[in-house]
Design a binder for this molecule. Structure first.
Ligand SMILES: *Cc1c(COP(=O)(O)O)cnc(C)c1O
Length: 361
């Protein structure tokens, strides 16, 4: 039976990437060594890291004055490391609260300084992104933090806020590389790789170099961004295998036609699924139409017991990992770059059938 994996993360990888990993796992490019057993200081890994960074810079057209760091810790870890690295001169920052992951980032930042909630979607139960004109920004803040895609609630920024001279910092874990991006609009971007860039263990940080002029003294050496930048992400052992996987994913994106093509595909997949939900009279998506995520399509059935039946019937048909975030519930179909249009079509066909005959599923 063909299966389609709609997991939120770690998420599906492109089939050709998995095949390449399988083919190269015992011997990488005839070096006589597996990627799993390469010294991180050696020539072979230098080649992998160099190609990966070069491909990322090319895909996103990353300006010269930005560094790219290949780190560990996860996006949740880096939601604490960002204030540790940016609070040296001013220990206060603005945060836009849009859902689960921005709330977690706020909780971490509060350990290290003063967090001001510039705007919040709490009063509408995180069903829309607070419009820019409602934000109350501190012109003296060290930075302003947003979460470009809320993976749990399924809402996404489809615009970039203009915030003047204060650096914009973004957790971009669940929509990075899903479409073209103007990196120069940001002071710093961080993300875990396991949603749309590869597998778990790798956290990417892209930062404007002038912002990295000294972390708080309590910052661990391996999590000091300036130090990692100076040492080419090799202050300690970088996550070598996940870097390799990310490199293969970047090459796959390039072969597919780059970020414009990803945008085209992702827009279409999500539009088709939202149209099926809205037209069903059975499924419901609470998120405001203009803020709906292209990456994580979240919806409900008329009751939690129907949702359980839906998940069981979907799994029996090979439609896997559709359960919503544990803190939020409902159904969530994650449609990252690796999810083909045919997966969405199979899901829609199943949903149409289930809506006709929910008990028989
Ligand atoms: C998954 C996710 C995280 C957490 O990533 P970890 O690698 O588990 O730390 C943080 N932010 C967003 C937006 C996410 O989707």
């Amino acid at each position: 039976m063909a299966t389609f994996n709609f997991a939120a993360g770690p998420a599906a990888l492109p089939g050709p990437v998995l095949k390449t990993i399988q083919g190269e796992i015992l011997d990488w490019r005839e070096t006589g060594q597996s990627v799993l057993e390469m010294p991180f200081t050696g020539e072979a890994f230098a080649c992998i890291l160099g190609e990966t960074e070069a491909d990322l810079r090319q895909l996103l057209d990353i300006p010269e004055n930005y560094c790219v760091l290949f780190m560990q810790g996860g996006a949740y870890g880096h939601s604490a490391l960002v204030p540790l690295n940016l609070f040296k001169h001013r220990s206060r920052a603005d945060y836009v609260e849009t859902g689960h992951w921005s709330k977690r980032a706020i909780g971490e930042a509060r350990r290290y300084g003063t967090v001001s909630i510039a705007a919040s979607g709490a009063d509408c139960d995180f069903t829309r992104i607070p419009p820019r004109e409602t934000w109350r920004l501190d012109p003296e803040a060290a930075y302003c933090h947003i979460t470009t895609n809320e993976t749990g609630e399924g809402l996404q920024f489809h615009w970039l806020p203009d915030i003047g001279d204060v650096p914009l910092v973004a957790d971009m874990t669940s929509d990075f590389l899903s479409r073209p991006l103007d990196v120069s609009r940001f002071g710093l971007i961080y993300l875990s790789a396991q949603k749309n860039v590869g597998t778990s263990g790798l956290t990417l940080v892209i930062a404007r170099q002038d912002l990295l002029d000294g972390a708080l003294p309590e910052t661990p050496a391996v999590f000091d961004y300036a130090r990692q930048a100076k040492n080419n992400s090799k202050v300690n052992t970088p996550p070598t295998f996940p870097v390799y996987v990310a490199g293969l994913v970047l090459k796959w994106i390039k072969q597919q036609g780059g970020l414009k093509e990803m945008e085209h595909r992702n827009r279409r997949k999500s539009q088709d699924l939202y149209a099926a939900i809205d037209g069903s009279g059975f499924y419901r998506c609470q998120v405001a139409v203009e803020d709906r995520s292209w990456m994580n399509v979240c919806f409900n059935l008329p009751s939690p017991s129907l949702e359980d039946a839906f998940l069981a019937a979907a799994e029996a048909r090979g439609l896997l990992n559709l359960k919503g975030h544990s803190a939020i519930g409902g159904i969530r179909a994650s449609l990252y770059n690796a999810i083909p249009q045919e997966a969405v079509e199979a899901l829609i066909a199943f949903m149409d059938g289930f809506a006709q005959e929910p008990a028989g599923g």
